[in-house]
Design a protein around this ligand. Structure first.
Ligand SMILES: [Zn+2]
Length: 365
């Protein structure tokens, strides 16, 4: 999932994302809550209509962003008080509030509000944090079950239908559960995913997974990783946690990783990942290619006529030279960020297409 923090993948328009084959985007609850604000998005019919994106959207709960505001937050049983990074105003997020916001934003998949355990954390701290996430997960589910009918696209959709159409729709909703209704409009409700925490302790991760499954969600995320721990430890925790999550439901690894890592994790059974790396690195001139990383700012590319990645069939590599991309970057041209981002997204998406093909063929990379 490419990351579109503020309902925009920086530098790339929605039609290009469609051409690239993006199936689902991640948007950020915390950022959208502060700007443009939930009410604006709700009034516009939800994120899909607001950003003109018919394909799937996932919103995170805001827990991770609030977690990263170490100096500005205070965690209690009720929720998290924090100060806006924009204007310093006092804000409060709780499980219920995070659900209310995400229902109003109207993404297809929404995430439980969790506490991202810091690294390093001692055993008692990791347990206390995991227990808090479990209690918050149950509160999220309770609130969601009670309010899931308030998603903006269900009401905006329904109000334009005749009573006969509504009847047909209700029948279809009750009767077609489990069928793939994508492409027939957003008739079904959102899916709320639970999040597994437990720090870097495999036993605690297992307990968190089992008790999150007991609460019951249509999909499960592995959170609390990529928080400063060594890469090898990330890998160990992911692999040991995956074993305890149902393989017939989506398993989502949050905030990971390099092209090599996403291929490895997908092979291991992870179904969904999001990462700012392809887009953020692109804006800093770091490009992923079949020949390894290319730092396009380097002087060695000044007169390099070759394509960025000769093996890549993206619109950037088919058209422009390394010399031109280097020039754009060195000149601080906006187009540099646009083209670099398009290539990196293509590279990541192509990696995942390859992984899918290998999985279908029953092979390993
Ligand atoms: Zn390319």
């Amino acid at each position: 999932m490419p990351v579109g923090t503020l309902a925009s993948v920086k530098g790339v328009s929605q039609d290009v994302l469609e051409d690239l084959g993006v199936q689902i985007l991640l948007a950020n609850t915390y950022h959208l809550y502060l700007r443009p604000g939930v009410e604006t998005v709700r009034q516009m019919g939800g994120l899909h209509r607001f950003m003109s994106w018919d394909r799937a959207i996932l919103t995170d709960s805001g827990g991770f962003q609030v977690f990263s505001l170490t100096e500005l937050r205070k965690v209690s049983e009720e929720g998290v008080a924090f100060r806006s990074h924009l204007d310093g105003s006092s804000q409060f997020l709780s499980p219920e509030k995070a659900m209310e916001i995400q229902i109003a934003l109207g993404a297809d998949i929404i995430m439980a509000f969790d506490e991202c355990t810091e690294y390093p954390a001692d055993a008692s701290r990791a347990r206390a944090s995991m227990e808090l996430t479990l209690r918050w997960g149950a509160r999220c589910k309770d609130y969601f079950e009670e309010h899931k009918g308030e998603v903006p696209w269900s009401s905006s959709h329904l109000s334009s239908l005749s009573s006969q159409e509504k009847q047909v729709l209700r029948f279809a909703q009750g009767d077609n559960r489990g069928n793939d209704n994508r492409g027939k409009g957003h008739f079904q409700t959102q899916s709320l995913f639970g999040i597994v925490q437990g720090g870097m302790d495999p036993a605690l991760r297992r307990e968190s997974a089992e008790r999150t499954i007991d609460i019951g969600f249509p999909g499960y995320a592995i959170g609390g990783l990529s928080v400063g721990e060594p890469r090898e430890l990330t890998r160990d925790i992911v692999l040991s946690t995956l074993e305890h999550l149902p393989s017939d439901q989506p398993r989502y690894l949050m905030g990971v990783g390099t092209p090599e890592e996403i291929a490895e994790y997908a092979q291991a059974g992870v179904d969904m990942m999001d990462c700012v790396l392809p887009t953020r690195a692109a804006r800093h001139g770091l490009l992923f290619t079949s020949e390894g990383r290319v730092s396009i700012k380097q002087a060695r590319y000044t007169q390099d006529e070759s394509a960025l990645d000769p093996a890549c069939d993206c619109r950037v590599c088919k058209r422009y030279s390394r010399a031109y991309l280097r020039h754009l970057y060195a000149s601080n041209e906006l187009l540099a960020q646009v083209l670099n981002t398009i290539h990196n997204l293509h590279y990541y998406l192509a990696t995942m297409r390859t992984v899918r093909a290998w999985i279908r063929a029953g092979s390993r990379l």
